[in-house]
Design a protein around this ligand. Sequence first.
Ligand code: ATP
Ligand code: NI
Length: 396
Amino acid sequence: MSPDPLLRVENLKTQFFTETGTVRAVDGISFDVYEGEIVGLVGESGAGKSVASMSLLRLVESPGEIVGGEVTYKGETIFGLEEGPDGELRERDDMLSNEEIRTRIRGNEIAVIFQDPMESLNPVFTVGGQLREFIELNRDLPSDEAKAEAIEMLREVGIPDPEERYEEYPHQFSGGMRQRVLIAMALACEPNLIIADEPTTALDVTVEGQIIDLVDELQQKYGTSFIWVTHDLGVVAEICDRVNVMYLGEIVEQAPVDELFYDTKHPYTEALLNSMPRPDRATDLEPIEGVMPEAINPPSGCRFHPRCPDAREVCTQVHPDTREIDRADGYPHRAACVKHDVFDVGYTESVPLEPGDEADVRVGETGTEGDSGPDSSVESGATSTDGGSDGGDRRE
Ligand SMILES: Nc1ncnc2c1ncn2[C@@H]1O[C@H](COP(=O)(O)OP(=O)(O)OP(=O)(O)O)[C@@H](O)[C@H]1O
Ligand code: NI
Protein backbone atom coordinates (compact mmCIF):
# COMPACT_ATOMS: atom_id res chain seq x y z
CA MET A 1 0.00 0.00 0.00
CA SER A 2 1.56 3.22 -1.14
CA PRO A 3 1.37 6.14 1.26
CA ASP A 4 -0.93 8.39 -0.77
CA PRO A 5 -3.99 7.20 -2.62
CA LEU A 6 -4.42 8.07 -6.27
CA LEU A 7 -8.01 9.11 -5.61
CA ARG A 8 -9.45 10.14 -2.28
CA VAL A 9 -13.15 10.60 -1.76
CA GLU A 10 -14.25 12.14 1.50
CA ASN A 11 -17.79 12.52 2.75
CA LEU A 12 -19.08 13.08 -0.78
CA LYS A 13 -22.73 14.07 -1.06
CA THR A 14 -24.73 14.41 -4.24
CA GLN A 15 -28.41 15.29 -4.28
CA PHE A 16 -31.15 15.75 -6.84
CA PHE A 17 -33.52 18.60 -6.19
CA THR A 18 -36.78 17.30 -7.63
CA GLU A 19 -40.40 18.42 -7.33
CA THR A 20 -41.17 15.58 -4.98
CA GLY A 21 -38.22 16.33 -2.73
CA THR A 22 -34.50 16.07 -2.30
CA VAL A 23 -33.04 12.75 -3.43
CA ARG A 24 -30.03 11.99 -1.27
CA ALA A 25 -28.49 9.81 -3.95
CA VAL A 26 -24.98 9.86 -2.49
CA ASP A 27 -24.98 10.68 1.16
CA GLY A 28 -21.56 11.10 2.65
CA ILE A 29 -19.37 8.38 1.16
CA SER A 30 -15.62 8.08 1.73
CA PHE A 31 -13.20 5.74 0.02
CA ASP A 32 -9.70 5.66 -1.45
CA VAL A 33 -8.26 4.16 -4.59
CA TYR A 34 -4.57 3.30 -4.52
CA GLU A 35 -2.39 2.90 -7.54
CA GLY A 36 -2.93 -0.35 -9.43
CA GLU A 37 -5.92 -1.59 -7.49
CA ILE A 38 -9.43 -2.44 -8.60
CA VAL A 39 -11.97 -1.05 -6.19
CA GLY A 40 -15.57 -2.22 -6.38
CA LEU A 41 -18.74 -0.22 -5.79
CA VAL A 42 -21.50 -2.74 -5.28
CA GLY A 43 -25.14 -2.56 -4.25
CA GLU A 44 -28.72 -2.95 -5.44
CA SER A 45 -30.32 -0.80 -8.10
CA GLY A 46 -30.75 2.75 -6.83
CA ALA A 47 -28.01 2.49 -4.18
CA GLY A 48 -26.21 5.47 -5.72
CA LYS A 49 -23.35 3.73 -7.51
CA SER A 50 -23.73 5.56 -10.82
CA VAL A 51 -24.32 8.94 -9.25
CA ALA A 52 -21.23 8.38 -7.10
CA SER A 53 -19.11 7.52 -10.15
CA MET A 54 -20.42 10.48 -12.12
CA SER A 55 -19.67 12.78 -9.20
CA LEU A 56 -16.00 11.81 -9.24
CA LEU A 57 -15.52 13.72 -12.50
CA ARG A 58 -18.20 16.28 -11.70
CA LEU A 59 -20.42 14.87 -14.45
CA VAL A 60 -23.65 15.16 -12.48
CA GLU A 61 -26.25 17.24 -14.29
CA SER A 62 -29.12 19.38 -13.05
CA PRO A 63 -31.29 18.85 -11.02
CA GLY A 64 -28.36 16.99 -9.46
CA GLU A 65 -25.62 18.76 -7.57
CA ILE A 66 -22.64 17.79 -5.48
CA VAL A 67 -23.44 19.45 -2.19
CA GLY A 68 -20.62 18.37 0.06
CA GLY A 69 -17.37 16.56 0.57
CA GLU A 70 -14.11 16.37 -1.25
CA VAL A 71 -12.65 14.54 -4.22
CA THR A 72 -8.88 14.63 -4.58
CA TYR A 73 -6.90 13.12 -7.43
CA LYS A 74 -3.11 12.96 -7.05
CA GLY A 75 -3.40 15.74 -4.52
CA GLU A 76 -5.39 18.00 -6.85
CA THR A 77 -8.86 19.08 -5.86
CA ILE A 78 -11.51 17.83 -8.27
CA PHE A 79 -14.20 18.93 -5.86
CA GLY A 80 -13.98 20.79 -2.58
CA LEU A 81 -15.98 23.31 -0.61
CA GLU A 82 -15.04 25.79 2.04
CA GLU A 83 -16.94 28.08 4.31
CA GLY A 84 -17.20 31.64 3.05
CA PRO A 85 -17.20 34.79 5.21
CA ASP A 86 -20.93 34.53 5.94
CA GLY A 87 -20.75 30.86 6.77
CA GLU A 88 -22.06 29.84 3.36
CA LEU A 89 -20.37 27.02 1.49
CA ARG A 90 -18.50 27.92 -1.66
CA GLU A 91 -16.16 26.15 -4.07
CA ARG A 92 -12.58 26.21 -2.98
CA ASP A 93 -10.03 28.30 -4.86
CA ASP A 94 -7.85 25.31 -5.60
CA MET A 95 -10.68 23.38 -7.20
CA LEU A 96 -9.93 22.50 -10.82
CA SER A 97 -11.97 24.41 -13.41
CA ASN A 98 -14.37 22.65 -15.80
CA GLU A 99 -11.87 23.39 -18.53
CA GLU A 100 -9.04 21.71 -16.62
CA ILE A 101 -11.21 18.68 -15.86
CA ARG A 102 -12.16 18.38 -19.53
CA THR A 103 -8.75 18.88 -21.07
CA ARG A 104 -6.32 17.62 -18.50
CA ILE A 105 -8.09 15.06 -16.30
CA ARG A 106 -10.85 13.38 -18.26
CA GLY A 107 -9.55 10.74 -20.66
CA ASN A 108 -5.90 11.42 -19.96
CA GLU A 109 -5.87 10.78 -16.24
CA ILE A 110 -9.29 9.32 -15.51
CA ALA A 111 -11.36 7.58 -18.18
CA VAL A 112 -14.96 6.43 -17.91
CA ILE A 113 -16.68 3.39 -19.41
CA PHE A 114 -20.46 3.28 -19.22
CA GLN A 115 -22.84 0.37 -19.35
CA ASP A 116 -24.26 0.88 -22.80
CA PRO A 117 -21.62 1.14 -25.51
CA MET A 118 -24.23 2.29 -28.01
CA GLU A 119 -24.61 5.48 -26.03
CA SER A 120 -20.91 6.15 -26.10
CA LEU A 121 -20.28 5.21 -29.73
CA ASN A 122 -21.75 7.26 -32.54
CA PRO A 123 -23.73 4.96 -34.85
CA VAL A 124 -23.01 7.01 -38.00
CA PHE A 125 -19.22 6.80 -37.84
CA THR A 126 -17.00 3.74 -38.14
CA VAL A 127 -15.62 2.24 -34.95
CA GLY A 128 -12.06 2.75 -36.14
CA GLY A 129 -12.69 6.33 -37.18
CA GLN A 130 -14.05 7.19 -33.74
CA LEU A 131 -11.16 5.56 -31.99
CA ARG A 132 -8.66 7.25 -34.30
CA GLU A 133 -10.22 10.65 -33.78
CA PHE A 134 -10.24 10.15 -30.02
CA ILE A 135 -6.54 9.28 -30.05
CA GLU A 136 -5.73 12.16 -32.43
CA LEU A 137 -7.44 14.67 -30.17
CA ASN A 138 -6.25 13.37 -26.86
CA ARG A 139 -2.71 12.46 -27.71
CA ASP A 140 -2.05 15.03 -30.34
CA LEU A 141 -0.91 12.50 -32.93
CA PRO A 142 -1.06 12.91 -36.72
CA SER A 143 -3.91 11.03 -38.37
CA ASP A 144 -1.92 8.10 -39.79
CA GLU A 145 -0.13 7.43 -36.53
CA ALA A 146 -3.40 7.65 -34.65
CA LYS A 147 -4.91 5.13 -37.06
CA ALA A 148 -2.04 2.68 -36.52
CA GLU A 149 -2.44 3.15 -32.79
CA ALA A 150 -6.20 2.61 -33.03
CA ILE A 151 -5.71 -0.69 -34.87
CA GLU A 152 -3.12 -1.69 -32.29
CA MET A 153 -5.56 -0.92 -29.47
CA LEU A 154 -8.31 -2.96 -31.14
CA ARG A 155 -5.89 -5.87 -31.36
CA GLU A 156 -4.89 -5.35 -27.75
CA VAL A 157 -8.47 -5.70 -26.51
CA GLY A 158 -8.95 -8.90 -28.47
CA ILE A 159 -10.85 -7.77 -31.58
CA PRO A 160 -10.05 -10.27 -34.34
CA ASP A 161 -8.96 -8.88 -37.74
CA PRO A 162 -8.63 -5.35 -36.39
CA GLU A 163 -7.67 -3.88 -39.80
CA GLU A 164 -11.00 -4.99 -41.28
CA ARG A 165 -13.08 -4.32 -38.17
CA TYR A 166 -11.60 -0.79 -38.11
CA GLU A 167 -13.82 0.08 -41.11
CA GLU A 168 -17.04 -1.26 -39.59
CA TYR A 169 -19.87 0.54 -37.82
CA PRO A 170 -20.92 0.01 -34.18
CA HIS A 171 -24.06 -1.97 -35.12
CA GLN A 172 -21.86 -4.52 -36.91
CA PHE A 173 -20.19 -5.33 -33.59
CA SER A 174 -21.71 -7.62 -30.96
CA GLY A 175 -22.35 -6.22 -27.48
CA GLY A 176 -19.18 -7.80 -26.14
CA MET A 177 -17.10 -6.46 -29.03
CA ARG A 178 -18.51 -2.96 -28.56
CA GLN A 179 -17.60 -3.15 -24.89
CA ARG A 180 -14.07 -4.11 -25.94
CA VAL A 181 -13.97 -1.04 -28.17
CA LEU A 182 -14.90 1.14 -25.22
CA ILE A 183 -12.18 -0.45 -23.17
CA ALA A 184 -9.76 0.30 -26.01
CA MET A 185 -10.96 3.89 -26.02
CA ALA A 186 -10.57 4.17 -22.26
CA LEU A 187 -7.06 2.75 -22.44
CA ALA A 188 -6.03 4.80 -25.46
CA CYS A 189 -4.67 7.69 -23.43
CA GLU A 190 -3.10 5.43 -20.85
CA PRO A 191 -5.08 6.88 -17.95
CA ASN A 192 -4.15 6.08 -14.37
CA LEU A 193 -7.73 5.39 -13.38
CA ILE A 194 -10.69 3.95 -15.25
CA ILE A 195 -14.19 4.24 -13.84
CA ALA A 196 -16.28 1.41 -15.27
CA ASP A 197 -20.01 1.58 -14.57
CA GLU A 198 -21.56 -1.88 -15.01
CA PRO A 199 -19.65 -2.43 -18.24
CA THR A 200 -20.56 -6.11 -18.41
CA THR A 201 -24.11 -6.09 -17.09
CA ALA A 202 -25.80 -6.22 -20.49
CA LEU A 203 -23.61 -9.09 -21.67
CA ASP A 204 -24.22 -12.80 -21.34
CA VAL A 205 -22.22 -14.65 -18.73
CA THR A 206 -19.61 -16.12 -21.09
CA VAL A 207 -18.85 -12.80 -22.74
CA GLU A 208 -18.86 -11.11 -19.35
CA GLY A 209 -16.23 -13.59 -18.20
CA GLN A 210 -14.10 -12.83 -21.25
CA ILE A 211 -14.29 -9.09 -20.68
CA ILE A 212 -13.38 -9.52 -17.02
CA ASP A 213 -10.37 -11.65 -17.96
CA LEU A 214 -9.35 -9.01 -20.46
CA VAL A 215 -9.57 -6.24 -17.88
CA ASP A 216 -7.57 -8.31 -15.43
CA GLU A 217 -4.87 -8.84 -18.03
CA LEU A 218 -4.74 -5.20 -19.10
CA GLN A 219 -4.78 -4.04 -15.52
CA GLN A 220 -1.67 -6.08 -14.80
CA LYS A 221 0.05 -4.95 -17.97
CA TYR A 222 -0.63 -1.23 -17.59
CA GLY A 223 -1.01 -1.01 -13.82
CA THR A 224 -4.21 0.97 -14.31
CA SER A 225 -6.46 1.47 -11.28
CA PHE A 226 -10.14 0.79 -11.69
CA ILE A 227 -13.35 1.70 -9.94
CA TRP A 228 -15.65 -1.14 -10.91
CA VAL A 229 -19.37 -0.51 -10.46
CA THR A 230 -21.61 -3.57 -10.33
CA HIS A 231 -24.63 -5.07 -8.58
CA ASP A 232 -23.02 -8.50 -8.83
CA LEU A 233 -20.86 -9.78 -5.98
CA GLY A 234 -19.72 -12.62 -8.22
CA VAL A 235 -18.04 -10.07 -10.47
CA VAL A 236 -16.57 -8.37 -7.41
CA ALA A 237 -15.04 -11.67 -6.30
CA GLU A 238 -13.50 -12.14 -9.74
CA ILE A 239 -11.97 -8.78 -10.24
CA CYS A 240 -11.79 -6.49 -7.21
CA ASP A 241 -9.02 -6.00 -4.68
CA ARG A 242 -11.15 -3.97 -2.30
CA VAL A 243 -14.87 -3.38 -2.14
CA ASN A 244 -17.35 -0.74 -1.04
CA VAL A 245 -20.88 -1.95 -0.45
CA MET A 246 -23.46 0.80 -0.97
CA TYR A 247 -26.95 0.98 0.46
CA LEU A 248 -29.24 3.97 -0.01
CA GLY A 249 -26.48 6.44 -0.75
CA GLU A 250 -24.10 5.25 1.93
CA ILE A 251 -21.14 2.90 2.06
CA VAL A 252 -22.18 0.38 4.70
CA GLU A 253 -19.16 -1.89 4.43
CA GLN A 254 -15.68 -1.45 3.05
CA ALA A 255 -13.01 -4.15 3.03
CA PRO A 256 -10.41 -6.06 1.05
CA VAL A 257 -12.35 -8.53 -1.08
CA ASP A 258 -11.54 -11.72 0.86
CA GLU A 259 -12.42 -10.07 4.16
CA LEU A 260 -15.75 -8.98 2.77
CA PHE A 261 -16.63 -12.49 1.70
CA TYR A 262 -15.24 -14.48 4.62
CA ASP A 263 -15.51 -12.09 7.53
CA THR A 264 -18.61 -10.13 6.63
CA LYS A 265 -19.41 -7.34 9.08
CA HIS A 266 -22.64 -5.84 7.77
CA PRO A 267 -25.99 -7.64 7.60
CA TYR A 268 -26.71 -6.05 4.22
CA THR A 269 -23.54 -7.53 2.74
CA GLU A 270 -24.52 -10.82 4.35
CA ALA A 271 -27.93 -10.59 2.71
CA LEU A 272 -26.36 -9.82 -0.66
CA LEU A 273 -24.08 -12.82 -0.25
CA ASN A 274 -26.97 -15.10 0.69
CA SER A 275 -28.84 -14.01 -2.39
CA MET A 276 -26.09 -15.05 -4.77
CA PRO A 277 -24.96 -18.55 -5.73
CA ARG A 278 -21.67 -19.55 -4.07
CA PRO A 279 -19.68 -22.72 -4.50
CA ASP A 280 -18.77 -22.83 -0.81
CA ARG A 281 -22.33 -22.61 0.44
CA ALA A 282 -24.75 -25.39 -0.29
CA THR A 283 -27.76 -23.59 1.21
CA ASP A 284 -30.65 -22.35 -0.84
CA LEU A 285 -30.57 -18.83 -2.14
CA GLU A 286 -32.43 -16.36 0.00
CA PRO A 287 -33.53 -13.23 -1.77
CA ILE A 288 -33.19 -10.10 0.35
CA GLU A 289 -36.48 -9.30 1.97
CA GLY A 290 -38.34 -6.17 0.96
CA VAL A 291 -37.22 -3.48 -1.40
CA MET A 292 -34.72 -0.72 -0.92
CA PRO A 293 -36.66 2.40 0.11
CA GLU A 294 -36.28 5.55 -1.92
CA ALA A 295 -33.53 7.99 -1.24
CA ILE A 296 -35.94 10.93 -0.81
CA ASN A 297 -36.92 10.02 2.72
CA PRO A 298 -34.72 7.21 3.98
CA PRO A 299 -35.63 5.25 7.13
CA SER A 300 -34.52 6.69 10.47
CA GLY A 301 -31.52 5.26 12.26
CA CYS A 302 -29.76 2.63 10.22
CA ARG A 303 -31.24 2.84 6.73
CA PHE A 304 -31.17 -0.94 6.40
CA HIS A 305 -33.03 -1.66 9.64
CA PRO A 306 -36.49 -2.31 8.10
CA ARG A 307 -34.99 -5.22 6.14
CA CYS A 308 -32.35 -6.34 8.60
CA PRO A 309 -32.60 -9.70 10.39
CA ASP A 310 -30.33 -8.39 13.19
CA ALA A 311 -32.25 -5.16 13.74
CA ARG A 312 -33.00 -4.07 17.30
CA GLU A 313 -34.81 -1.09 18.76
CA VAL A 314 -31.61 0.93 18.85
CA CYS A 315 -31.17 0.51 15.10
CA THR A 316 -34.28 2.59 14.50
CA GLN A 317 -32.73 5.48 16.44
CA VAL A 318 -29.00 5.54 15.86
CA HIS A 319 -27.64 6.33 12.45
CA PRO A 320 -24.29 4.53 12.31
CA ASP A 321 -21.31 6.08 10.61
CA THR A 322 -18.91 3.74 8.83
CA ARG A 323 -16.28 2.75 11.39
CA GLU A 324 -13.18 0.67 11.36
CA ILE A 325 -13.98 -2.70 12.93
CA ASP A 326 -10.84 -4.52 11.93
CA ARG A 327 -7.75 -4.28 9.75
CA ALA A 328 -6.61 -6.67 7.05
CA ASP A 329 -3.46 -6.48 4.92
CA GLY A 330 -2.92 -2.93 6.11
CA TYR A 331 -6.34 -1.82 4.94
CA PRO A 332 -9.30 -0.98 7.14
CA HIS A 333 -12.36 -3.17 7.36
CA ARG A 334 -15.15 -0.69 7.98
CA ALA A 335 -18.81 -1.25 8.65
CA ALA A 336 -21.81 0.86 9.58
CA CYS A 337 -23.61 -1.47 11.97
CA VAL A 338 -24.13 -0.83 15.66
CA LYS A 339 -24.01 -4.52 16.55
CA HIS A 340 -20.23 -4.10 16.64
CA ASP A 341 -18.73 -3.18 20.00
CA VAL A 342 -16.91 -0.07 18.75
CA PHE A 343 -20.28 1.64 18.48
CA ASP A 344 -21.15 1.10 22.12
CA VAL A 345 -24.75 2.32 21.86
CA GLY A 346 -26.39 -0.49 23.80
CA TYR A 347 -27.13 -2.91 20.98
CA THR A 348 -26.83 -5.98 23.19
CA GLU A 349 -29.41 -4.69 25.70
CA SER A 350 -31.73 -3.38 23.01
CA VAL A 351 -34.94 -5.26 22.19
CA PRO A 352 -34.83 -7.18 18.92
CA LEU A 353 -37.38 -6.04 16.35
CA GLU A 354 -39.79 -8.81 15.47
CA PRO A 355 -39.25 -10.02 11.94
CA GLY A 356 -41.77 -8.30 9.73
CA ASP A 357 -42.32 -5.57 12.33
CA GLU A 358 -41.30 -2.92 9.93
CA ALA A 359 -40.88 -4.82 6.72
CA ASP A 360 -43.99 -3.19 5.34
CA VAL A 361 -43.07 0.31 6.28
CA ARG A 362 -42.61 2.28 3.14
CA VAL A 363 -41.22 5.71 2.84
CA GLY A 364 -43.91 8.34 2.67
CA GLU A 365 -46.49 6.33 4.58
CA THR A 366 -47.71 7.80 7.80
CA GLY A 367 -46.41 6.15 10.91
CA THR A 368 -43.54 6.77 13.22
CA GLU A 369 -41.04 5.57 10.69
CA GLY A 370 -42.12 7.62 7.71
CA ASP A 371 -42.57 10.69 9.86
CA SER A 372 -39.24 10.71 11.50
CA GLY A 373 -36.79 10.48 8.64
CA PRO A 374 -33.10 11.04 9.00
CA ASP A 375 -33.43 14.37 10.80
CA SER A 376 -34.59 12.71 13.97
CA SER A 377 -31.78 10.17 13.90
CA VAL A 378 -29.09 10.37 16.46
CA GLU A 379 -25.69 10.29 14.86
CA SER A 380 -23.60 7.59 16.41
CA GLY A 381 -20.34 9.17 15.44
CA ALA A 382 -18.94 12.00 17.48
CA THR A 383 -16.74 12.60 14.46
CA SER A 384 -19.72 13.07 12.23
CA THR A 385 -20.13 16.80 11.90
CA ASP A 386 -22.90 16.97 9.38
CA GLY A 387 -25.45 14.57 10.76
CA GLY A 388 -29.03 15.43 10.13
CA SER A 389 -28.31 18.80 8.61
CA ASP A 390 -29.77 17.75 5.30
CA GLY A 391 -31.07 20.56 3.20
CA GLY A 392 -28.98 23.01 5.14
CA ASP A 393 -25.87 22.02 3.31
CA ARG A 394 -27.12 22.83 -0.09
CA ARG A 395 -24.86 25.34 -1.71
CA GLU A 396 -26.25 28.65 -2.91
N1 ATP B 1 -31.54 12.68 -12.82
C1 ATP B 1 -32.03 12.24 -11.66
N2 ATP B 1 -33.06 12.86 -11.06
C2 ATP B 1 -33.56 12.44 -9.88
N3 ATP B 1 -33.10 11.38 -9.20
C3 ATP B 1 -32.07 10.71 -9.74
C4 ATP B 1 -31.47 11.09 -10.99
N4 ATP B 1 -30.47 10.23 -11.27
C5 ATP B 1 -30.44 9.35 -10.24
N5 ATP B 1 -31.39 9.63 -9.33
C6 ATP B 1 -31.66 8.90 -8.07
O1 ATP B 1 -30.44 8.73 -7.37
C7 ATP B 1 -30.44 7.48 -6.70
C8 ATP B 1 -29.20 6.71 -7.07
O2 ATP B 1 -29.24 6.35 -8.44
P1 ATP B 1 -28.06 5.60 -9.18
O3 ATP B 1 -28.37 5.62 -10.64
O4 ATP B 1 -26.75 6.14 -8.76
O5 ATP B 1 -28.21 4.12 -8.62
P2 ATP B 1 -27.33 2.85 -9.01
O6 ATP B 1 -26.81 2.30 -7.75
O7 ATP B 1 -26.36 3.22 -10.07
O8 ATP B 1 -28.46 1.87 -9.57
P3 ATP B 1 -28.43 0.91 -10.88
O9 ATP B 1 -27.81 -0.38 -10.40
O10 ATP B 1 -29.88 0.75 -11.20
O11 ATP B 1 -27.65 1.56 -11.95
C9 ATP B 1 -31.74 6.78 -7.09
O12 ATP B 1 -32.67 6.99 -6.05
C10 ATP B 1 -32.15 7.50 -8.33
O13 ATP B 1 -33.54 7.47 -8.48
NI1 NI C 1 -26.11 2.62 -12.03
